[in-house]
Design a protein around this ligand. Structure first.
Ligand SMILES: [Zn+2]
Length: 381
């Protein structure tokens, strides 16, 4: 079949297949390249050209941001930046290098684009547009973080200076780790600087592998020897000095503050503040959010995601995997155009069975699945 003979079909065909292509178009555009990655809504009209795309422009733009291909400059609404087109040159800026917190990531194999994604994720906190293709300076609560990728060395180097160093470091680590999770089998080490009296004032201290420090703590080995000076240092203090010991809940609190300040798109329900927002939960949220389900159904499903996450922590591993599987299937079916009762009932029944006799965490799941069922059946229990 020659598609050219069926222009309408061909259009349809290319539309479906080239979403990614369209999203990439601004990045291949000469004007955008010349402007070092900056473009406006007006530019997009020109770039996408075809009038049919005009009413889809916003969706395409959202798609680009979802793919982490671009971000909007917070202080200049309507102007966007595609970080991969940014200048390669590190701009000049002042940096106070006293009492910095340092951290490094080293990679066995470093995929391209980790830092570009990080730039998009952190775009709201970029200090004074100080961003280039392989680095960015963030500013938040009188604290600055400098994050630079050294691709040749397979390394990301982080320095944090200012009033609330550990908080900002926690945010940077969390966001980088979220990006790491999207790569399968990515091997990397987190490196923590030595704090012995000779390393501390040094800009090139000895670095320890975070994993090894964790190992020592588990084995109750409290001291470790600096690889440069031979001084003995306290293992716990090394970690404490950089990120401090934070429970998952504390990390979550810092991150939810961060999310509120930045996107505000996903409202992490207040009923289950003990839930850790893991990558899987985020994925479910995105799946639900991007579906055509009613607002009421979306909201209930998101609450259910959190309730199931909380419940699964009270279950043995095998059962926890099962309930997450049930939840996944329920989300898939419930957000379809015409959800089939036969399918979603199986998942709901599975969740309810697991929630029996678990007390409060289970009750929340039972209540919310009941509500989902009610919405889906239009009120018929
Ligand atoms: Zn040392």
């Amino acid at each position: 079949m020659v598609l050219a003979q069926f222009p309408l079909l061909a259009q349809q065909h290319s539309w479906i297949n080239s979403l990614q292509n369209l999203a990439n178009k601004p990045i291949d555009n000469k004007t955008v390249i010349k402007n070092l990655g900056r473009f406006t809504l007006g530019d997009l009209n020109m770039i996408w050209g075809v009038p049919e795309y005009e009413n889809m422009r916003n969706e395409l733009l959202q798609l680009m941001m979802k793919f982490k291909l671009c971000y909007e400059i917070p202080s200049q609404k309507g102007t966007y930046v595609a970080p991969q087109l940014l200048t390669e040159n590190q701009p000049e800026y002042e940096w106070d290098d006293r009492e910095n917190l340092l951290l490094r990531y080293t990679y066995d194999f470093m995929p391209k684009g980790i830092l570009l994604q990080f730039i998009v994720v952190m775009s709201e906190d970029i200090w004074n547009q100080t961003v280039w293709k392989s680095g960015v300076v963030l500013n938040k609560d009188k604290t600055q973080a400098e994050v630079i990728e050294h691709y040749g060395k397979r390394e990301i180097q982080i320095r944090v200076a200012g009033a609330h160093k550990k908080e900002l470091m926690t945010i940077v680590i969390h966001e980088l780790d979220q990006i790491h999770k999207t790569y399968k089998r990515l091997k990397f080490d987190k490196l923590i600087p030595c704090n012995c009296k000779d390393c501390k004032p040094n800009n090139e201290p000895y670095f320890y592998k975070y994993e090894q420090l964790q190992n020592f703590i588990e084995k109750r080995i409290f001291e470790i020897q600096c690889g440069v000076t031979g001084n003995m240092v306290q293992v716990r203090r090394l970690i404490d000095d950089i990120i401090g010991y934070k429970s998952d809940k504390e990390v979550e609190e810092i991150m939810s503050k961060q999310k509120k300040a930045t996107s505000g798109s996903i409202n992490v329900g207040d009923n289950f503040s003990g839930t850790i927002i893991t990558g899987a939960v985020k994925n479910s949220f995105n799946k639900i959010e991007s579906s055509n389900a009613s607002d009421e159904l979306k909201e209930t499903l998101m609450k259910l995601v959190q309730a199931v996450e909380a419940m699964s922590q009270a279950l043995p591993d095998e059962q926890a995997t099962e309930v997450k599987d049930d939840l996944d299937k329920l989300d898939d079916e419930a957000t379809k155009e015409n959800p089939k009762q036969k399918w979603y009932s199986v998942s709901i029944d599975g969740l309810v069975a697991a929630a029996q006799n678990l007390g409060k965490v289970g009750d929340a799941v039972i209540e919310l699945t009941g509500k989902v069922r009610k919405i889906l059946t239009g009120g018929v229990p």
